[in-house]
Design a protein around this ligand. Structure first.
Ligand SMILES: [Zn+2]
Length: 262
């Protein structure tokens, strides 16, 4: 039963960011979006992940300064699924988190989310020993809105763990979540090329600005890693936020990927 589904849906269910709601009759509550980008220390404030070390590990990786995707809505549930469970397991523990690219331009193509889903799954498959009954669902779906834009997509990461008791199911889910966290750590460290170019970001050198500036470079022919030594020693990059042009050394460049500038 170990496995992964990478899929695409066409129904928009959510927005980024989203606002909180009053508590529901059953006591659960939508707490609204907390911006964790670059602030992994804030993960302890995410109520949906309280009590799950694996879920917190996933959210910390997504919040890491070098992560190319960040977290939005998330939740965690334990359900008695009765006879529907795979291999006779009656309990399912599931955690999901909606993710999107930090570089907003990338969210316009669901194909980019599928590329990332494949990378995430590749890392999980290489690390998993499958002693725990678990499933992974990585689903690209349209967003109703992404910071006011209507033409964007997100990637839902879901880990499911199964067991003969709620505790067993949660233990399986924790294994699955730690695998996702490990995969995300590798993803952040591995540059990924889109459409034959490297899409990178650098932090604006203007101390009053410090915005992330996306830019692109051509890779050396036939190389699947950017070769830093091949880059010019100084990159003059103009910041679209403050208009100041800074001289960046290639090693200050943050790896990531983005869509070509329109
Ligand atoms: Zn700037």
């Amino acid at each position: 039963m170990p496995g992964c589904t990478i899929a695409r849906t066409f129904r928009a269910e959510t927005t980024i960011p989203y606002s909180g709601r009053e508590p529901r009759p059953d006591g659960t509550q939508n707490h609204g979006w907390l911006d964790l980008r670059g602030k992994p220390e804030l993960v302890s404030e995410i109520k949906e992940a309280a009590g799950s070390p694996g879920f917190q590990a996933v959210l910390r990786e997504l919040a890491a300064p070098d992560s190319i995707i960040f977290s939005s809505a998330c939740d965690c549930t334990v359900t008695n699924i009765g006879e529907r469970g795979p291999s006779g397991f009656h309990w399912e523990a599931g955690a999901f988190v909606v993710t999107a690219f930090v570089d907003a331009r990338l969210n316009r193509e669901s194909e980019n989310h599928i590329d990332v889903a494949k990378e995430i799954w590749k890392n999980i498959a290489a690390a998993a020993d499958w002693s725990a009954p678990m499933l992974f669902e990585l689903t690209a779906e349209p967003l109703k809105l992404f910071f006011g834009h209507s033409d964007c997509h997100c990637l839902m990461l879901k880990a499911l763990g199964f067991g003969h008791s709620p505790d067993q199911a949660v233990a399986s889910m924790e294994v699955a979540l730690q695998l996702i966290a490990g995969s995300l750590r590798e993803l952040a460290a591995t540059p990924t090329a889109v459409e034959g170019k490297w899409y990178l970001t650098v932090t604006c050198l203007n101390p009053g600005c410090e915005q992330q500036i996306p830019f692109e470079i051509e890779p050396a022919p036939g190389s699947d890693q950017p070769v830093w030594e091949d880059l010019p020693t100084k990159l003059s990059i103009r910041c679209p936020s403050c208009g100041i042009t800074g001289e960046h050394h290639p090693r200050e460049v943050r790896r990531g990927k983005a869509l070509p500038t329109q």
